[in-house]
Write a protein that binds this ligand. Sequence first.
Ligand SMILES: [Fe+2]
Length: 455
Amino acid sequence: MSIEGRLFGVLARADAAADAVVKTVAEAATENPADPAVDNPCTIRMADPAVIGRALRASRAHTLGVFACYERALGPAAMAVPYSTEINPPLWELGHIAWFQEYWISRNPQIRLGIGADSDAPRAPSLRPDADRHYDSSRVEHTARWRLPVADGAATRDYLDRTLDQTLQIVDDWPASTNPLRSLAYFGWLALVHEDMHGEAAIYMANSLSIALEASRPRAIGTDGSRPHAGSNCLEIPAGVRETGSGDAACAFDNEMPPQRTPLDTYAIDAVPVSNAAFAEFIEAGGYDQPRHWTPAGWVWRERCSPGWPRYWRRSGQRWEQRWFGAWEAIVGEAPVSNVSAHEADAWCRWAGRRLPRELEWECAALAYGPQAGMRGRGAFAWGEVWEWTADAFEPYPGFIPHPYRDYSLPWFGSRRCLRGASFATQARMRYLRYRNFFPAERNDIFAGFRSCPR
Ligand SMILES: [Fe+2]
């Protein structure tokens, strides 16, 4: 079952009270059974108009389904949440999704140029006169989003509906392109991946806010119970010059481009991410109390921000529990540890005599031994249940050129840490092994864990 299927199933089960919006999601899941083209991360980057249209509808059904759970928890008139640097107000988030799609598709006078479009070209007016003032994430300060008189739930849904209708009318008229990066297909793909990213953000926001989604949690992958940090389940990658990054034959993010030829020495890397059980050993050994295991920045974070174990864990008798969408559950020892910061990942590695992988080491191992190489089970590189912190800061590849959505990568170089992979909450079509995720090292609300390498 695709990840989307997992979440649709979850949402349908959560619908015992059957409010109208969630019914729509359940119906959408029934009407749109697994669509291999829509779920395929390589196919989706070719941006065939028919596939993009179906994917945009699927992404929207997911968005509305998750936010229906927010409404059930918070009340339709009280979609307000306490201020946090990690989240956005739910109604702002929804309006922003509609605004972004409208801004880059129906209002974009240079849509046909793809990544050659001038991002500053004057736009046609929005369907909502207040949209540019309220929903432009580049212009509206994060703190201001809590104070804006944004539209209510019904008006926001209406804006979402009307902008999607406009987009789909344009999509229906698209010719297929052999050069998707330099055609209007690029912006359809961009609007889709943008909504998919906000869809995942809505899920980790729900976890932070203890909103019940009944989502399944990270599962044990590629493990037979062996202990990856003991080096018993490591993969060795021989030295060589590797092709990394993305070319221009398909849609891609600017930070993946241009492709690189990367020389790597022989290295070994865990076949699976570090497990809850392995992380619990670090806690039991007093790892959170010994500065020598932490980087200087990590120790500052530990003293200021950490309870002495992962953010959502607690001790209950002899066992550890994790808060999962508002419910406390016993941790599953073999499952990957999740919701740890890069500082905690660094500290665990120092304690274990290991190191975090470089991001291109991760990419090359996934290429050689991952599911895309036809590898499964023991001896394969298993990924996709948690994002994985790497040792690298988020930096541009040599030859980087920003794409029209300039604020996607450019403002964040140098200040964030790279993550690779995908989480259980990532749409199947977003699971692309060259994809670079990036967050501040202290973030532990995202579904992130790590794997390690021998020093
Ligand atoms: Fe956004």
